[in-house]
Design a protein around this ligand. Sequence first.
Ligand code: 4AD
Ligand code: MG
Length: 460
Amino acid sequence: MRVKEILQSPEAIGKSLEAKGWIRTKRGNKNIVFIALNDGSTIHSIQVVINAPDFPEDLIRQLTTGACIGIKGIVVQSPGKEQSVEIQADDITVYGSANPETYPLQKKGHSLEFLREIAHLRPRTNTFGAILRIRHALAFAIHKYFNDNGFYYLHTPIITGSDCEGAGEMFRVTTLSASNPPVLKDGKVDFSEDFFGKETSLTVSGQLEGELGALALSRVYTFGPTFRAENSNTPRHLAEFWMIEPEMAFYEIDDNMDLAEDFLKSLIRYALDHCRDDLEFLQKMYDGELIDRLTFILDNTFERITYTEAIDILVQSGEKFEFQVKWGVDLQTEHERYLVEKHYKKPVMVTDYPKDIKAFYMKQNDDGRTVRGMDVLFPKIGEIIGGSQREENYDKLKSRISELKLPEKDLWWYLETRLFGTAPHSGFGLGFERLVLFITGMGNIRDVIPFPRTPKNAEF
Ligand code: 4AD
Ligand code: MG
């Protein structure tokens, strides 16, 4: 039985069963040995009690932190205060020992930085067990939310020929020789000889294809890996991250904001309802205010302001920012966090950004200088969601593409949706790791994805 089931079922008491897992700790003496056995099914370990003289000495010696074992025995009520039940071992199998001289995860207190260097083993710590279970629960809750609300999961491509965000931060995908690629007369690489017969990259967003789906199925979402070659070494950026992107026909910007708020709240509620043990562990170890902060989000309506209002607040704040604020500049994390943590003291949704700092696809407002973009800003995180109403007018979209000198030839199919049966539509992207970061209360995005990809780091 899995440890979680044993601990949760009172009817297990008195029964003989088998548990398998990894030894977290071992203590005792030459007569009696206590083992904390964990199989990752829950933050809690089960205590195994071993009457040492009943077993060969050599076997007892192999029971060290990190070893993988199977225990057959009777479940009994525990006399100890720490746990309700324990297993009295009748039979022990050692699947894999772990030399105490070299096994890096000894009992206590490793720094998160050190654990990043042993990402192949860190899932065996309580901290990463908790984070990975919460991450799983949230992924499930996301699919459930959309399924319950009539959205279809659309699988958008990972290899693409277009740069959705137009920021030029794409990783190239090629099978051409790096040392001796075919070249054209002018010396440029001849991509017509490449695998796809053109230049391709890893996607930065599934949105453009998501829009095609919304203009047929009305409500779709993507949930997949996205890639950005931005050289941002911050606690909130990854080069490979997962993004959830709903896209809805007949939604205007206000509907989009309503959905974003309801969606985020439902995910937080799901975590509070289904991941309580793990959240309590993380609260105890890392962040004393974690559960209060999560509950606070549920209990408060997100503030909705325009970019212009946000700039006014920041300018009048008298705060010394590293990046100066004036109308037209992009909001930096320090500005976003000021609005959320100091000014409104709750999540904030900012809309109507200057068109020059946002992507080409956002719907243009009548003022000629702003677009119907929308960012959701969270405490500790800053931007957690970026989205917009989309420009559905063919001529306006086409002229924006040429104004920005984007390659229209790569976007012909996108433009064509505005020629045939176009419709008002909106959507947004939620960075999955930023969500997990917020919900676990961890401080660094490298600690909420199993194997982080960041500049100069692609180990494991
Ligand atoms: O604001 P972004 O760039 O928006 C888009 O990609 C749109 N196409 C989304 C849409 O409208 N469908 O990214 C969306 C979110 C951000 O708010 C942030 O949470 C996350 O993706 N994000 C990152 N997360 C981790 N590492 C990075 N380098 C990220 N870049 C963006
Ligand atoms: Mg953004």
